[in-house]
Write a protein that binds this ligand. Structure first.
Ligand code: XMP
Length: 326
């Protein structure tokens, strides 16, 4: 039997009761599979790896070793949330690696998008590998593979997944949600008690803010991007758009324009708002953000974020624009 094919008889998980049933079955299966051995998991904080972590903590507790690599390109507060939810909340065996300097040093002066992605992906594997090498006796590697990853394993997501792991690691895989669709993974995550912000998190590219800090990344522009992005998210939360818009973020290009601040010439970067709706990310339409919300966001970003002196709105659907800028 091919365990990578979802049986037609498998019921869609849409309720807490169905999720609980699934969780109980998986807890049993995982315990059978791993016995008293240790399992390693790269925990990015995204929906899939978070749900797998919570499920495995329930099944095997401290036998699960989670490694969270902060590549310095996370959105504001995201690494902190991983620590809060898993270490403080679920008492997970969590190794937190702040590799910000390693990534940013390597990315210095690199403007070409594909090169940036390669550096980030390659370094991620290196850091993870180094952490894994410090641990004894790890026999299993858990992954947040979900069913669309299997269906699309013609390479689409492979290049997307920064968490792609070293091929020479000789570990058996533990993939408890590999037959689930995204919406089911979320139902399971909620049933496991994960917070809504985690379970309903927007898709976030593996290279993170690295593909939104356009061109060669500098620390000051990355900082400005992260702060502006946090304001956008906060204001979308406040007006309810956060619940309905599929993906929204800020991109900051590597260019400056002239402005005026406190009666002085003020050269700054523009913050570009992108807010799109889609079902499969293959095509996307633009969210029509009310002008009063746009004014508030503009006002806050230009006043609160050092280095930003204009706010622009990207009105381009996909196609012709991709969702990300790089
Ligand atoms: P594009 O920009 O191709 O994006 O229209 C489609 C969706 O994929 C996300 N995306 C990525 N996700 N690694 C990922 O894991 C990546 O390198 C990457 N690039 C784009 C993007 O955010 C959007 O949801």
């Amino acid at each position: 039997m091919n365990t990578n094919v979802r049986p037609e008889s498998m019921e869609r998980i849409t309720t807490k009761a169905l999720a609980d049933k699934f969780i109980n079955e998986q807890v049993k299966l995982v315990r059978e599979q791993v016995g008293d051995k240790k399992v390693l998991l790269a925990l990015s904080g995204g929906v899939d790896s978070s749900v797998v972590a919570a499920l495995l903590i329930k099944a095997i507790g401290k036998q699960l070793v989670c490694v969270h690599v902060n590549h310095g390109l996370m959105r504001k507060g995201e690494s902190e949330q991983v620590i809060e939810v898993f270490k403080n909340g679920l008492d997970a065996n969590l190794i937190y690696v702040d590799a910000t300097d390693r990534f940013l040093d390597l990315l210095k002066g690199v403007a070409e998008p594909e090169k940036k992605r390669k550096i980030i992906g390659g370094e991620f594997i290196k850091v993870f590998d180094e952490e894994a090498a410090k641990l004894d006796d790890i026999k299993f590697l858990a992954q947040g593979t979900i069913y669309p990853d299997i269906l699309e394993s013609d390479g689409v997501k492979a290049h997307h997944n920064v968490g792609g792991l070293p091929e020479d690691m000789e570990m058996e895989l533990v993939e408890p949600v590999k037959l689930l669709y995204k919406d089911e993974v979320r139902v399971v995550g909620s049933a496991l008690g994960l917070p809504d912000e985690m379970v309903y998190r927007q898709p976030f590219p593996g290279p993170g803010l690295g593909v939104r800090c356009l061109g060669a990344i500098t620390r000051d522009r990355l900082h400005a991007l992260r702060e502006a992005d946090a304001i956008l998210r906060e204001e979308f939360d406040n007006c309810g758009l956060a619940k309905t818009v599929w993906q929204y973020f800020i991109a900051v290009p590597d260019m400056k324009s002239v402005g005026v601040k406190n009666d002085k010439r003020y050269e700054g970067w523009p913050a570009i708002i992108r807010a799109v709706n889609t079902t499969d990310a293959m095509t996307a339409t633009i969210e029509e953000i009310p002008y009063e919300v746009l004014h508030k966001i503009t006002n806050r970003i230009t006043n609160e974020v050092d280095g930003i002196n204009r706010v622009l709105l990207d009105l381009t659907p996909k196609p012709i624009g991709t969702i990300e800028w790089e």
